[in-house]
Design a protein around this ligand. Structure first.
Ligand SMILES: [Zn+2]
Length: 182
């Protein structure tokens, strides 16, 4: 298949884009999220939580590229993001969390009849990658040749993926519904 933007060989069956155009589209989406939500301001104290996965590697790379020369203080810390668990840091914490993670968290609250919380950006937690799917995030890191760990998946991920296959757009649809009720 050919890239819908430039006609070169496509690398993604979902988006039909070549390597270069794929990287560009993903970066643009994340850039827009930073801008629209005003995630970062000058002189912010920021921490990126690095769990070693493709999400974390992409987040570190994209953040540096997107903010450019804006003066901020940035630290990284090794660790896994567990929704609701306190992370000791006096500033904003960027977590390696993509669209699938957010949709799964929402569905899990729903299935287990738990209170819907820790969704979206809350307190000092920000999630710049919720605009890209798990497949897109993994593919981005592969094209960039980042050294990364894979993420564990469970039944809810399988459910979400089978829904997406049957009804393309489900993941973004869930995110949209979340932003309406939160
Ligand atoms: Zn292209």
């Amino acid at each position: 298949m050919e890239c819908i933007k430039c006609g070169k060989k496509s690398v993604s069956e979902y988006l039909r884009l070549c390597r270069g155009c794929f990287l560009e589209v993903i970066e643009k989406r994340v850039r827009k999220e930073f801008r629209m939500k005003e995630l970062v301001k000058r002189n912010d104290f920021l921490l990126i939580l690095d769990d070693g996965t493709y999400n974390a590697k992409n987040l570190i790379y994209l953040f540096r590229k997107i903010i450019g020369k804006m003066p901020v203080s940035l630290k990284t810390k090794k660790g896994k993001y567990i929704p609701g668990k306190k992370i000791n840091f006096d500033g904003k914490i960027m977590v390696p969390w993509n669209l699938d993670d957010e949709a799964v968290l929402f569905l899990r609250c729903f299935f287990e009849k738990k209170k819907i919380e820790n969704i979206g950006n809350y307190e000092n937690i920000i999630k710049p990658l919720v605009v890209i799917t798990d497949d897109e995030s993994r593919q981005f890191a592969r094209i960039m040749k980042f050294d990364f760990k894979d993420k564990k998946k469970d039944k809810v991920n399988d459910f979400l993926n089978s829904m997406e296959k049957r009804y393309p757009g489900t993941k973004f649809g869930i995110k949209k519904s979340i932003s309406h009720i939160m």
